[in-house]
Design a protein around this ligand. Structure first.
Ligand code: SAM
Length: 249
């Protein structure tokens, strides 16, 4: 992997615009998450990627490295706190990687940035959602990002240990299965029947009102991310008329 990424994980610190070192934990993704992002980008030659939540730039480095190894591509990142919380470490790291010319950074909240990207007709092949983790923000970000995702493209949600991410996943699997399916290579080995039952009981005890989500998360083994593949583009007019097929999630 790239020496900049290696050094960030080794030292656990990133250098900010004032030359000070900032601890990259606990805000940053883990190397295994980055490796999956890298492999997703590698599947889309000359692709365009979008990331929500740049932070210290770990995911961006993996994704941009994927574009570099593909021989071309473009990365867009959104983060309202890049200056305030991260003192530009993320954008600086992308510069240090030598990818600044093919990188667009928007220091905005997603509810400001995403509608503008959509209006401008942007399309992406890989999307990583790791911004505000409240349910309504995940769904907002997913709504816009999924509309801009090409068919055959991949979208990763981070942190399925959070109830909000689990609920969003459950919604997508229960109600958008015509458009999105789980990307199998991102899943772990399925649990045994006993393991699955044990996990179901644990989850059901934690939240007895959320058995549908418990079933989804006990029968599959997820990493700290969930990857969806977009399998078709829905007919927008059909979607504007029909509403009565929704399943509880
Ligand atoms: C867990 S960190 C992201 C870690 C990062 N993806 C990485 O590669 O290590 C969450 C990020 O979401 C950003 N964020 C918070 N609220 C946001 C919002 N409304 N829109 C976009 N990003 C947001 C934070 O500033 C922070 O950088």
């Amino acid at each position: 992997m790239n020496p900049i990424i290696e050094s960030l994980y080794e030292t656990k610190h990133a250098e900010n615009a004032d030359g000070e070192l900032m601890a990259i934990e606990p805000a940053s993704i883990l190397p295994e998450d980055g490796n999956m992002l890298y492999s997703l980008v590698r599947q889309h030659a000359d692709g365009r990627s979008l990331e929500i939540g740049l932070a210290f730039g770990l995911a961006a480095l993996y994704m941009c490295q994927g574009h570099i190894d593909n021989g071309g591509g473009h990365h867009t990142a959104i983060d309202p706190y890049q200056e305030k919380w991260f003192k530009q470490c993320g954008t600086l790291n992308v510069e240090r990687l030598g990818f600044a010319e093919s990188f667009t950074f928007l220091q905005q909240r997603t509810h400001e940035a995403l509608p503008a990207l959509f209006r401008d007709g942007e399309r992406f092949n890989v999307v990583f959602l790791d911004g505000n983790h409240r349910f309504e923000y995940i769904m907002h970000d997913f709504f816009y990002a999924s509309r801009m995702l090409e068919v055959g493209g991949h979208l990763m949600l981070h942190d399925p240990w959070m109830p909000s991410t689990r609920k969003a996943t459950s919604f997508i699997l229960r109600n958008l299965h015509d458009e999105f399916s789980l990307y199998e290579p991102a899943l772990g080995k399925p649990p045994s029947f006993a393991g699955s039952l044990y996990a179901f009981i644990q989850l059901a005890m934690k939240n007895p009102y959320d058995l549908g989500t418990a079933r989804i998360f006990s029968t599959r083994r997820f990493n700290n991310y969930i990857v969806f593949e977009k399998t078709s583009e829905y007919d927008i007019e059909h979607c504007d008329i029909h509403w009565d097929f929704y399943q509880p999630f």
